[in-house]
Ligand binder design. Structure first.
Ligand code: SAM
Ligand code: SF4
Length: 497
């Protein structure tokens, strides 16, 4: 944990919470901030639902499967409501489904979208007060507390209203708290209380929301409009992390390249590439990564920053989604295949070899065999070090929902399998060429069963290595390694002593 007041585990009267996280790194880091906020509010984190007074799910709705998981989990845990536990749904499914969650899972009391997290302390207090009051309420008199901010006080304190309701919900839960109305906010969820789970490597969110509106994507509807933190605030957090002993920082955002410094003094404003370089120059920081880049906003200055600042890692995740310009147009990605390849060419011309990874969607409405063949061809042309591929999943509110999802699931699965098989071949060849080279890794832990240390290269590759018993490299340290073997997804090596 960093900057999080530690609670006394012996205090039996202390309120406890359990938090489960689904989804991407943004969600993982949001959860770290939510945990910090709860601890600051006097809660203690526990490891099982059974031990918790408050059970929270931080959810993902990027694909249908991710969303379904949340409802399955909520339904599994319904039985605990009888034990007096309180349930809350946070994140993208919360924002997307809103108050409908109370109908589908009536044992839930709190529904909070990610754009409302900064109001969590107030919402938690309202939740506690309402639950105390409800102990003396008739079951048919349900108290509904809405934490929507008043429309006039943009970003200000939430205003609360109480209403009476009846029916099914009253039998299941007496309290309804929602934080759903903040998607137009300019404010970010900034907190000095972040419960980072890894003591060596940590995330910093620099930009929230997204204004890109790709045809298939729910993010602009669930995370709200794009808003950036000031570079001063990001740098202060980076320095604080360095002081606490962190050596690796990953800057996060749905589209970090469209970062716009909101620093009051315009002469101090930094572009994304300048911010990246400045974080890389914080004393004590040895590695800086960033995720995710959008090709439309990916400038040459980012490659120049990587060339100039040795602490910036030699890895760029640049999602392409499709190798066909026709499909990119249908997906509203705002770039062509050639423009994408131009950015790849900038990276390939860099002084250090930059490892490139990507995301691909197969089976988007209208994708023909010829379009798909162009994607396969792009994999060969770029030579990615990893590809995260997904079957198109129609999502609520998105423009592509109007298009017929005509490609059968079996065909989407077939394309996915073909694509991953091709990529495995490409990776096998690419990973092999590291054999015999030396590199520096950050040690992440030890696999006792295999007597191997687990580590990561600057290229973001997993490298498992052996070391003499006397060496015993610790997690969080950096070590020189000779690469001795390779697999499609990892490297093998030995410590250079
Ligand atoms: N902001 C990032 C970008 O522009 O690439 C990615 C955000 S999204 C959390 C991660 C990936 O999920 C996307 O790159 C895309 O490949 C995939 N994805 C998003 N919506 C999808 C959908 N409706 N169906 C299938 N995959 C989807
Ligand atoms: Fe979604 Fe596109 Fe925004 Fe990425 S850039 S979060 S894919 S809308």
């Amino acid at each position: 944990m960093s900057g999080v007041p530690q609670s006394n585990p012996q205090d039996a009267a202390q309120k406890t919470f359990y938090l489960e996280t689904f989804g991407c790194q943004m969600n993982v880091h949001d959860s770290e901030k939510v945990v910090g906020t709860l601890v600051q509010e006097g809660y203690r984190q526990v490891e099982t639902v059974e031990q918790a007074d408050l059970v929270l799910y931080n959810t993902c709705s990027i694909r249908d499967k991710a969303e379904q998981k949340v409802f399955n989990r909520l339904s599994d845990y319904k039985k605990y409501k009888k034990q007096g536990k309180t349930f809350g749904v946070l994140g993208c499914v919360a924002q997307q489904e809103g108050e409908k969650i109370f109908e589908r899972a009536p044992h839930v009391s709190l529904v909070c979208g990610s754009a409302s997290y900064r109001k969590l302390p107030e919402m938690l207090r309202q939740l506690e007060e309402a639950e105390l009051r409800n102990i003396s309420l008739e079951p048919s008199a349900i108290r509904s507390i809405d934490s929507h901010p008043s429309k006039t006080a943009k970003g200000g304190a939430p205003s609360f209203r109480e209403t009476r309701d009846s029916g099914l919900a009253a039998r299941e839960s007496l309290v309804r708290i929602t934080g759903l109305d903040d998607r137009e906010t300019d404010a970010c969820f900034e907190t000095e209380f972040t419960a980072r789970t890894n003591p060596h490597r940590g995330y910093i969110t620099i930009i929230e929301g997204c204004d890109k509106f790709c045809a298939y994507c729910v993010v602009p509807y669930t995370r709200g409009k794009e808003r950036s933190r000031t570079s001063a605030s990001v740098l202060a957090e980076a320095r604080q992390m360095a002081d606490l002993g962190y050596t690796e920082i990953q800057l996060l955002g749905q589209n970090v390249n469209s970062y716009k410094d909101s620093e009051g003094n315009s002469s101090l404003r930094k572009t994304f590439a300048e911010l990246l370089a400045a974080v890389g120059e914080v004393p004590g920081i040895r590695r800086v990564r960033f995720m995710t880049s959008h090709p439309r906003d990916f400038g040459r200055d980012i490659v120049e920053a990587i060339d100039a600042v040795p602490t910036l890692c030699d890895h760029v995740h640049l999602p392409v989604q499709s190798g066909s310009t026709r499909m990119l147009d249908a997906m509203q990605r705002l770039y062509t295949r050639d423009q994408y390849l131009e950015r790849i060419a900038w990276m390939k011309a860099a002084k250090r070899e930059i490892s490139i990874t990507t995301d691909v969607i197969v089976g988007f409405p209208g994708e023909t065999e010829a379009d798909f063949a162009e994607t396969l061809d792009l994999l060969d042309e770029v030579g990615y070090d990893a590809v995260f591929a997904f079957k198109y999943s129609p999502r609520p509110n998105t423009p592509s929902l109007k298009l017929e999802d005509a490609i059968p699931d079996e065909e989407k699965s077939r394309r996915l399998d073909v694509l991953m098989a091709r990529q495995r071949e490409i990776q096998s060849v690419r990973y092999k060429k590291y054999i015999g080279t030396r590199c520096e890794v950050m040690v992440e832990g030890k696999n006792e069963a295999r007597a191997q240390y687990i580590s990561r290269t600057t290229h973001n590759k997993t490298l498992n290595f052996t070391a003499p018993p006397t060496a015993n490299p610790k997690a969080g340290t950096y070590a020189p390694i000779l690469v001795t073997g390779s697999f499609p997804n990892s490297l093998l090596g030995e410590l250079v002593v």
